[in-house]
Design a protein around this ligand. Structure first.
Ligand code: MIC
Ligand code: SF4
Length: 640
């Protein structure tokens, strides 16, 4: 039987198990990436494993998230990551070189290889035909040490693209359409594989926009074929030698198929406050706009920003709009500078930021109170922009740029400008901002400033868990709720005690105090608990606050793994009505925990209500051992 792309790459990297959906498989990881906001923790964990040099084909540490440096904290993290990378065989991409996913696509990605990144948008690499997966920092640290990465063998969903995009309809609109159809939890346990005639008209950066935002589906990853277009892109990056053709076999089969006719697509927007709240721009109507932000790992490529420059050339940004642009990489910014497009952006009144994540993770450019902000980014969760009362709409660069001129949300198809952009035959290649690792790391001193604090460790699982329900939250709670990130908090990613003061505060400002006053307890969640980012801080901070288990209707993939890695039980209600029954402050007790989670049948007693709830955990043998040991680091230490 023929194989699809996902199966081919997994087959080539299979270390344990069989490609049967729903079963556990172990795969070899070729490449890893980290960024600075998850990287400090990942490298502290890597150091705890006492391995001299990474065992991957290539590992890269990026600085792109924490770049404001209002105090010494960010700079401390940068210095630590630079020195630890240099010592242990890891390439270091300096601040200013660009967003990890954009730079990795340009300079490091290899079709057919596996990439594990401590960032949920690592699937951007799928645009090159890589199997690129986001994970918590600890899983990435283990992969750097040569450890196998374990996942549940996903189902493979085929998105067949036919036809061709009309002018002013873009790759962003394709992924918004997929989100509209599948929702933010529609991709859980699945890989989204794109095929069909329509694929041939999409460049690698356009494909990467789609695989990038596949993270918002909750999917394990998304992938495109590696074809002649991929070869052209790599050639233009002076890396043609890493190209290989990776196509699905003619008789490949899929678990599900979705058809999207590109001719039928219109410009779309994700309305506040969820990436799947998608409507046609033409249906939303004319809303006045206060801010437009163009950039992020979704839409900051050369092609994207050239289109924006063509739209803005000779115009002025509307007086009521603040337009900010953050180019995806130094390569992109350099090319815009040398061909004059940067001057067009500046002349029009765009505020140019350095190449990095910037406003996407709330590092500056918070909108005004009650403002409407159009962003080309991938997440519009409430408050993520830094202003809880603001409304963020996610749109394409075309829609964003034209709306910035008009001062209101505009369907770009009505605009009388020609904006097609050819892919350049050669990109400007200069890797002077990437520092290769030391050949002999033994002499390199790792510098840890005062902001770098040790990460919390759990204790082995006790057989009886007791405590109060400290908070009950609804469906689709994001890691931005559990562990908010913004300009004030991001500098403290290596300081768990400080972050703990903000845990779940967007849901309930009293939560951290309540958790401390009660000596820890339980969290109750709805569906898709922990969707969004890969930050393991959303598990380490609850661990620090004494959380023993999270009881939810379902979990997002990366967050579930992070909880287990921290030794916190992710329990799932068998009966959704029990969720309704449970209330804050109820006293809960779980007996014989160790055996119960092994047998996948856990009874939670509600002492207050005199009731019992049946729950499952579905953990694999390895996950069970991890939970028993009180987390992954404890298990690794014990096994060593
Ligand atoms: C995000 O987009 O939320 C982040 C910031 O890139 C996170 C990583 C982090 O929290 O550091 C992600 O997507 O994994
Ligand atoms: Fe950075 Fe935003 Fe991409 Fe996260 S989603 S990696 S914060 S640009």
């Amino acid at each position: 039987m023929g194989l699809n792309i996902t199966q081919k790459i997994l087959q080539n990297h299979l270390v344990e198990g069989d490609l049967i959906p729903g079963t556990e498989i172990g795969i070899r990881i070729d490449q890893t990436l980290t960024q600075d906001s998850t990287g400090t923790m990942a490298y502290l964990q890597f150091e705890a494993m006492e391995i001299d040099r990474v065992k991957t084909k290539k590992s890269v540490a990026y600085i792109d998230h924490n770049m404001l440096q209002q105090g010494f904290e960010n700079a401390d993290d940068h210095k630590y990551i630079q020195t630890v990378a240099h010592k242990h065989g890891i390439y270091f991409s300096r601040p200013g070189n660009g967003i990890c996913h954009q730079v990795h696509l340009e300079r490091f990605g290899v079709p057919g290889e596996t990439l594990l990144g401590s960032d949920s948008h690592t699937p951007t690499g799928g645009g090159l035909g890589m199997l690129a997966i986001g994970a918590g920092g600890l899983d990435v640290a283990v992969a750097m040490g040569g450890g196998t990465y374990y996942i549940t063998m996903p189902k493979v969903v085929n998105v067949r693209l036919t036809g061709r995009l009309k002018p002013f309809v873009s790759a962003k609109d394709i992924i918004l359409e997929v989100l509209r159809r599948l929702t933010v939890k529609g991709g859980v346990g699945k890989v989204i594989e794109y095929t069909g005639e329509g694929v041939k008209s999409l460049s690698v950066p356009e494909r990467a926009t789609i695989t990038n935002m596949g993270a918002e589906l909750g999917a394990t990853t998304s992938v495109f074929p590696s074809d002649e277009i991929t070869r052209e892109f790599l050639k233009a990056q002076q890396r043609e030698e890493v190209w290989e053709s990776i196509l699905p076999d003619e008789d490949a089969t899929y678990d599900e198929t979705i058809e999207i006719c590109l001719d039928d697509l219109e410009p779309l927007a994700a309305m506040p406050h969820s990436p799947d709240n998608v409507k046609k721009v033409s249906e939303i109507g004319e809303i006045l706009v206060d801010q437009v932000a163009i950039g992020s790992c979704t839409n900051s490529s050369y092609q994207d920003l050239m289109k924006v420059a063509k739209i803005l050339k000779g115009k002025t940004v509307h007086p009521n709009v603040s337009l900010v642009i953050s180019p995806g990489s130094k390569q992109v910014l350099n090319m815009l500078a040398s061909n004059g497009a940067l001057a067009d952006l500046i002349s029009a009144g765009a505020r140019i930021l350095e190449s990095g994540c910037g406003p996407c993770i709330g590092m500056g450019q918070a909108p005004a109170s009650n403002a409407i902000s159009l962003r080309t980014f991938n997440r519009n969760f409430k408050g993520r922009c830094g202003t809880p009362s603001a409304s963020v709409y996610l749109v394409s660069p075309e829609t964003a740029a034209i709306s910035a001129i008009e001062g209101k949300l505009v369907d770009p198809r009505t605009y009388p400008v020609e904006i097609s952009v050819e892919m350049p035959e050669t990109f400007t290649v200069d890797d002077n901002m990437i520092i290769p690792p030391a050949e002999d790391g033994s002499q390199v001193e790792v510098i840890k400033g005062p902001n770098i604090k040790p990460f919390p460790r759990n204790v082995p699982l006790s057989n009886v868990l007791e405590g109060k329900v400290l908070i009950k939250v609804e469906d689709n709670i994001t890691t931005d709720h559990i562990m908010p990130s913004n300009a004030k908090l991001l500098p403290f990613r290596s300081n768990i005690p400080h972050l703990a003061e903000y845990c779940l505060t967007p849901c309930d400002p009293e939560f951290p105090k309540r958790a401390k006053d009660n000596g820890g307890g339980f969290i109750i969640g709805g569906e898709n608990y922990g969707q969004g980012s890969s930050r393991e801080h959303a598990a380490l901070v609850p661990l620090y606050l004494g959380i023993k288990a999270v009881l939810a209707k379902s979990f997002a993939r990366i967050h579930r793994s992070n909880l287990i890695n921290a030794g916190i039980l992710p329990l799932v209600f068998c009966n959704a009505r029990d969720y309704d029954d449970i209330a804050e402050f109820d006293e809960l007790k779980i007996q014989d925990v160790k055996e119960a989670i092994k047998e996948n049948l856990v009874y939670v007693e509600n002492i207050t209500k005199q009731k019992k709830y049946k729950m499952t955990i579905n953990c694999t043998e390895k996950e069970w051992k991890t939970l028993l040991a009180g987390g992954k680091i404890n298990l690794i230490k014990a096994e060593a």
